[in-house]
Design a protein around this ligand. Structure first.
Ligand SMILES: Cc1cc2nc3c(=O)[nH]c(=O)nc-3n(C[C@H](O)[C@H](O)[C@H](O)COP(=O)(O)O)c2cc1C
Length: 170
């Protein structure tokens, strides 16, 4: 619960401070621990640590300028031969994405979820940039680095959005 509340979108990073291999492995383990429909585990990951590639991301994604100072990004994509229903593919990859964000917080890393799917131009641009074959659908891009900004833990609990059993008709 602690890491869950502390997870916030961090968009400023200490430039040139690489993420250790062991930490990258932990992030991937977190992604692979996600639940998936029929347990088909369609999530695949591209680890991006090449400066040139990180610098190209904002030319494709309009809200990705933070990747210029990031040292890592993980592209989460779904294998549509393992899960043909794109709605489930999206949910499975989203679960993996959130797991990675939580683990990044636990490892004292800053991270932010960038939506790729369903924006056609982002899907096309990311597929071209990373040379992604047809069977993979890019879902989200997680930009990661050592944080250069601090944010308060979130507190969004809202009783007005919580319902029990059968709702009253209005
Ligand atoms: C599906 C999805 C897409 C998002 N896309 C972007 C994005 O393109 N750029 C960005 O800076 N943040 C993006 N975010 C992060 C949200 O802006 C952020 O989670 C929200 O403002 C709440 O703030 P917090 O993450 O600090 O709790 C996205 C989040 C989700 C779940």
């Amino acid at each position: 619960m602690d890491a869950l509340f502390r997870r916030r979108s961090i968009r400023k990073y200490i430039k040139d401070k690489p993420i250790e291999k062991e930490k990258i492995e932990m992030l991937l383990k977190a992604g692979f621990a996600a639940p998936s429909a029929r347990n088909c585990q369609p999530y695949n990951f591209i680890v991006i640590d090449d400066r040139d590639v990180l610098d190209k991301i904002p030319t494709i994604h309009p809200y990705a300028s933070m990747s210029l100072s990031a040292t890592l990004a993980i592209l989460v994509m779904g294998d549509n031969t393992l899960q043909e229903n794109v709605d489930y593919l999206l949910q499975d990859c989203s679960a993996a994405t959130e797991n990675i964000l939580i683990e990044a917080t636990q490892l004292s890393l800053g991270s932010v979820w960038l939506g790729v799917y369903p924006r056609e131009e982002r899907i096309k641009g990311i597929k071209e940039l990373l040379n992604i074959p047809k069977k993979f659908m890019p879902i989200s891009l997680i930009v990661i680095g050592y944080p250069a900004e601090k944010k308060e833990p979130s507190n969004r609990f809202d009783t007005k959005k919580v319902f029990y059993n059968i709702l009253n008709k209005e």
